[in-house]
Write a protein that binds this ligand. Structure first.
Ligand SMILES: Cc1cc2nc3c(=O)[nH]c(=O)nc-3n(C[C@H](O)[C@H](O)[C@H](O)COP(=O)(O)O)c2cc1C
Length: 387
């Protein structure tokens, strides 16, 4: 019996297996509305029977988009466009999941394939206007980035309400799992990290203060979604920068969050200073993350949080081999495995992994439309015994 292909129940939702498509920004929407690209992208992974499929980071309000082309969910037009995608994912037996996001001081930039730097005059010529960014403190991400406006308490209330509205719309669209994006240097992470949060009011200072916005958002969302809906939180388990957020902070945070309705900590890392080539202090020294990005490099964070709390964890980051994924689960390092780039590289990785792990000898995971042909393919001499 493969653990990777075993079921997992969280609240009212039964995950058909432990594999999760990690949220992947596509920077391909207009007006925040999902289109045929998003359908095509996400439906591929439903055909691949990934147990749980995350749509990309979706802004809870306009100024929370990373680029002008990010998805958003604050109106019915956006909600209705998600429905077709969600319905297909469910039809294939997978669980549709939604990531609630606000880009904070990392908003208003170009797509990564155009460099990811702030929108500028060239974009304005094309009618794409930059917008003001917000953060806990008026500290830019790095030299050359826009200085964000420090949020006042009344603005924070509005942001919390935007998260709640988006969460409710996501439930109405049919999503069965929600995740709060509190990682990668975006708004909530910028409150958590002492690198970017220099406030001395109730939303700053010690860890309790810096975590307040996340706790307030969690409680507000939990009170407005069904009790049966699993709520995940993606964190950057470490900043990887001196005097930044550390794994001990993540363990304390995980314990706080498990008491107020978070079910899974999705353990990522980094992002508070942008990509190293952008990140320079005023004196020119580089705020460089020291995270080494090798095979399964973030798995130890998922393991440490799991061992020091009562909360489930999801491991992510350079998990590429079926046996590697299986062992992470067997050794109790995490409860779920999220994958991003390897699944884009090889979208049917999951179906091949099931073969390799002996979880699908009869090709029963394959959709009807493919099974007939694929199972006959395996009888051809050339493919016999090839996994
Ligand atoms: C193209 C791309 C888009 C991404 N978009 C998001 C996103 O929307 N939200 C998020 O939390 N992480 C995002 N990430 C990070 C991935 O979800 C994942 O955590 C990361 O790629 C590490 O996993 P991997 O090694 O399996 O790719 C993105 C990564 C890539 C490569």
């Amino acid at each position: 019996m493969s653990k990777l292909f075993s079921k997992l129940k969280i609240r009212g939702v039964e995950f058909p297996n432990r594999l999760v498509l990690s949220p992947l920004c596509m920077y391909s929407a207009k007006g925040g509305i999902p289109n045929e690209w998003h359908f095509s992208h996400l439906s591929t992974f439903a055909r691949a029977r990934i147990g749980c499929i995350f749509a990309e980071a979706t802004a809870v309000r306009e100024d929370g988009k990373i680029t002008p082309y990010c998805l958003g969910l604050w109106n019915d037009e956006q909600k209705n466009a998600f429905k077709q995608i969600v319905n297909f994912i469910k039809k294939m037996g997978s669980i549709p999941a939604f990531q609630l996001a606000h880009a904070g001081r990392k908003a208003s930039v170009k797509e990564p394939w155009k460099g990811g730097l702030p929108l500028d005059k060239d974009d304005e010529k094309d009618g794409i206007l930059p917008w003001d960014t917000v953060a806990p403190s008026a500290i830019p991400l790095a030299n050359g980035f826009r200085t964000p406006r420090a949020l006042e308490n009344k603005d924070i209330d509005n942001i919390i309400q935007a998260y709640v509205k988006s969460a409710k719309l996501a439930i109405e669209a049919g999503f069965e799992v929600l995740e709060i994006h509190a990682a990668h240097g975006y708004l909530i992470h910028s409150f958590l990290s002492p690198i970017s949060n220099k406030r001395n009011d109730e939303y700053g200072g010690n860890l309790e203060g810096r975590a307040k916005i996340l706790k307030d958002i969690t409680v507000a969302i939990r009170n407005n979604i069904p009790d049966t809906t699993p709520l995940f939180c993606r964190i950057s388990a470490v900043d990887g920068i001196e005097n930044g957020w550390e794994i001990e902070d993540s363990i304390l945070l995980a314990n706080m969050l498990s008491e107020i309705g978070i079910d899974v900590i999705d353990c990522s890392s980094g992002g508070i200073s942008g990509r190293p080539r952008f990140a320079a202090n005023d004196d020119g020294s580089v705020l460089k993350s020291i995270i080494d990005r090798g095979l399964g490099f973030q798995v130890p964070y998922a393991e440490e949080i799991k061992r020091n709390s009562n909360i489930k964890t999801m491991a992510v980051g350079v998990i590429v081999e079926p046996e590697q994924a299986e062992n992470i689960l067997l050794e109790g390092q995490a409860d779920l495995i999220a994958m991003g780039r390897e699944l884009m590289y090889n979208p049917f990785w999951s179906l091949h992994a099931a073969q390799k792990l002996g979880a699908d000898p009869e090709y029963s995971l394959w959709p009807d439309q493919y099974r007939w042909g694929v199972s006959r393919r395996s009888k051809i001499e050339k493919f016999k015994n090839v996994k």
